[in-house]
Ligand binder design. Structure first.
Ligand code: COA
Length: 254
């Protein structure tokens, strides 16, 4: 079965991470499938809302680390950037249902969603510094804007997980539910939105977000350049080597 499942029903396209054995970590092929799905949803009049979801035990462990090392995404048309630009520019409502860990892009993609529902087991983290990297998906801009600078700095500099209640408090999450109910609740909310006039949804979203879309895309591109460079530097090599070898990284000389 595919690592990304897409299914459209009642005006809602549901995109599901389906790589549980690797904690729904995201490979280049998965980014390509998600970028294609989002592009199709943008064009297809029968899709009125998109919902991204994982499993009740894990949303996503972020980028697949082996993939990172073997085929780093360096060009602007790489699937990860197609996906990120796709969600940043997506005009229709975009929802996410998050249960369990949401690491790296598992958290940063949420800044581009309109509504986010979380299981009480959700754990959000942006451990870029701990991996010798820097933020992506415009999170260096959007985390501060949403959380306030000091809370964003804690999340991005310390890179430690924060949990469902804290995520709701800082405005990343709309509602916290039991993990087994998150996907169903988000689906019901998505269907409710799909029953509303699409032109009003699109115009409301444009009015709310349109003014700073260019700034977001620019920050995303600036981050991508730094991220690509840092991926080849010693700190990231040590962090990823340590992950693959299941040991603690040693940054004492870096
Ligand atoms: N890339 C590739 N493989 C990953 C992965 C990732 N980001 N995250 C988990 N996996 C793999 C593990 O290597 C392991 O594979 P194995 O069974 O072949 O050894 C399997 O998924 C299970 O992972 P494990 O760490 O044992 O699960 P856990 O439940 O103890 O912890 C996480 C889950 C998500 C907290 C933990 O896997 C984790 O921190 N992953 C790395 C996250 C990360 O740094 N992502 C990059 C962000 S840019």
């Amino acid at each position: 079965m595919s690592d990304i499942l897409t299914h459209t029903d009642a005006g809602v396209m549901t995109i599901t991470f389906n790589r549980l054995d690797k904690k729904n970590s995201i490979t280049t092929a998965m980014y390509a499938a998600m970028a294609d799905a989002v592009a199709q949803a943008a064009q297809d009049a029968s899709v009125r809302v998109v919902l991204i979801q994982g499993h009740e035990s894990i949303f996503s462990a972020g980028n697949d680390i082996g993939d990172f090392l073997n085929q780093p995404s360096s060009t602007p048309d790489a699937p990860v950037f197609r996906f990120l630009h796709g969600i940043a520019k997506f005009e229709k409502p975009l929802l996410a249902a998050v249960a369990g860990p949401a690491v790296g892009i598992g958290t940063t993609l949420l800044f581009h969603c309109d509504l986010v529902y979380a299981g009480d087991n959700a754990a959000f983290s942006m451990p870029f510094v701990n991996l010798g990297l820097c933020p992506e998906a415009a999170s260096s801009l959007l985390a501060s804007r949403m959380f306030g600078y000091h809370r964003a700095a804690e999340a991005l500099l310390m890179g430690e997980p924060f949990f469902a209640e804290a995520a709701q408090e800082v405005g990343l999450v709309n509602r916290v539910l039991p993990p087994t109910e998150v996907n169903g609740y988000a689906q019901a909310q998505a269907r409710k939105l799909a029953g509303k006039p699409l032109s009003s949804l699109v115009e409301t979203k444009r009015l709310m977000k349109g003014g700073y879309q260019q700034e977001v895309l620019q920050k995303m591109d600036e981050e991508a350049q730094s991220f690509g460079r840092m991926l080849r530097e010693p700190a990231a090599k040590e962090a990823f080597g340590a992950f693959m070898e299941k040991r603690k990284p040693d940054f004492s000389k870096l």
